[in-house]
Design a protein around this ligand. Structure first.
Ligand code: ZN
Length: 497
């Protein structure tokens, strides 16, 4: 009987608590709203692009063409650009060589000149390229395909050349051999970077190749950016480039494409990312009473960290998870953290330790300080000033101090009413099922976005398991080839008058 009553009370308390949480009125949290879903289907006019459709048709017939395209993709995947020691010079040589073939550049036609310690350029009537090195060992490659009306501003297609390290033993096939494997569903390439994001970079070049061979002449300038170091925070990649006023003014980018994510297995909706969560990394240090480990010492530093976790951090976590499930209208977003704040405890430090081994040395001494490290991801619609005030209040709650390791104070989103953005959305919506979303992690797009450039994250990978940074990353041949067909239409229509 007693147990039953406790159960009833517990269930009642749980419901009351859930109701409270859904109100999102916890003093520890800021008021959050579900991600606004924008319906772009209404503005869509179905249009076929003759050049893209013709290419799709040719692809079906011509197995040699398919093999050539797959070979180039595999070659790119084989260039060892994994962090922490990506071979950037090799990859820039590879891309430059490919560019010369696409634009049929003669032996001595493009003469490089050193403009500044970090910049080499070469150009002819049709193209210009930049080898831009924030650090001498970290060159990035930028190709300009010159349009007839450069004053209209450039369209950028961006990709990073580096990939994340691998756990070799966990792979079915060597991750840098880019083996083509015959599966029941067709051919598939296994390689690090197959999804993130060499598939995108090489599909850009294949699409440009088709456009050049067809005699197409762009109206606007196209900037094809192959950038270094995205996977380690972009300090010597996009962050450095975005601070170079002269380069940015020369590139004159008005709209850009960057990476997205695979759609998932048995899922053909292509996610279109118009913003991303911002990452805040911070630690809270509590100072407490010290003494001998045999005593009941009050208000110790570790007790305070426990209090912080129990009363502030975990309630916010629970509340945000609940809100993600309950308030999101879109069923596909129910398990995605891009509409709410996530927070994870990613480090703990307290107690006396050996400098050499890191092992604890004094189990009987209560430590004076204890530090907890957090990774917090905040969607663009959350007020960052309010969030900072909340965290400061958390630190005050345990008489502690807060130190930010990473704390971007702005998180702009792409203007969906901008004419070029609308044009892009119409192009993709003519061709595939799409859905606007917020990227759950950080991409290079944040740097141009902070300069006011409208960026969209888009990687065409329908019916593909999301395997970025995972073992056995792969891409189906059919998906890769289809992505090129779409890029032909997308790039052409973006560059048209
Ligand atoms: Zn990536």
């Amino acid at each position: 009987m007693k147990a039953q009553r406790i159960l009833i009370l517990t269930v009642f308390a749980l419901f009351a608590w859930m109701a409270l949480m859904v109100q999102a009125n916890l003093s520890t949290t800021t008021q959050l709203e579900a991600d606004p879903m924008v319906d772009i289907s209404a503005t869509s006019i179905k249009k076929e692009d003759p050049l893209a459709e013709q290419f799709r048709h040719v692809l079906k017939q011509d197995s040699k063409l398919r093999d050539d395209i797959m070979n180039r993709f595999q070659e790119y995947l084989r260039v060892p650009t994994q962090q922490p020691k990506p071979q950037y010079t090799k990859v820039v040589d590879f891309l430059l060589d490919w560019t010369r073939r696409i634009f049929n550049v003669k032996e001595n036609e493009l003469v490089e000149r050193q403009v500044s310690p970090r910049l080499r350029v070469a150009e002819n009537d049709q193209i210009k390229y930049y080898i831009y090195s924030c650090k001498p060992e970290k060159p990035s490659f930028i190709l300009t395909w010159k349009g007839k009306s450069p004053q209209k501003g450039s369209i950028m297609i961006n990709s990073h050349t580096d990939v994340v390290p691998v756990d070799k033993d966990q792979w079915k096939y060597p991750p840098f051999d880019a083996e083509m494997v015959e599966e029941s569903t067709g051919r598939r390439v296994y390689a690090r970077g197959a999804q993130d994001m060499k598939c995108v970079g090489s599909a850009y070049l294949e699409a440009i190749d088709r456009l050049v061979q067809s005699g197409y002449q762009p109206d606007r300038n196209l900037q094809v950016v192959f950038i270094a170091d995205e996977e380690i925070g972009a300090v010597d990649g996009w962050e450095c480039l975005s601070h170079d006023k002269q380069m940015m003014s020369e590139l004159n980018i008005t709209f850009g494409l960057d990476e997205g994510l695979a759609s998932g297995e048995n899922e053909d909706v292509i996610p279109i990312y118009y913003g991303e969560n911002v990452a805040w990394w911070f630690e809270i240090t509590a100072v407490g009473n010290v003494g001998h480990g045999s005593q009941f010492i009050k208000d110790t530093s570790t007790e305070k960290i426990h209090k912080l976790l129990r009363d502030k951090v975990f309630p916010l976590r629970e509340q945000q998870q609940l809100q993600m499930r309950l308030q999101t209208k879109n069923p596909r977003e129910k398990s995605q953290p891009s509409t709410v704040v996530t927070i994870n405890l990613t480090g703990l430090r307290a107690g006396h330790t050996s400098k050499e081994t890191g092992d604890f040395t004094n189990p009987n001494v209560i430590p004076r300080t204890a530090t907890a490290l957090f990774d917090m991801r905040i969607p663009p619609h959350i007020d960052l000033v309010e969030t900072e005030a909340m965290l400061q209040e958390w630190a005050n709650y345990v008489n502690g101090t807060i130190r930010f390791i990473e704390q971007p104070k702005v998180n702009p989103i792409t203007d969906l009413t901008d004419a070029t953005v609308k044009k892009f959305l119409n192009i993709v919506n003519d061709r595939m099922k799409t859905e606007l979303r917020i990227f759950p992690a950080a991409t290079d797009a944040r740097y141009p976005r902070r300069l006011g450039i409208n960026m969209i994250g888009y990687s065409f990978m329908p019916n593909t398991k999301v395997l970025l940074h995972d073992h056995n990353e792969y891409l189906d041949e059919s998906v890769y080839l289809e992505s090129i067909v779409h890029y032909i239409a997308i790039i052409k229509r973006l560059l048209d008058e």
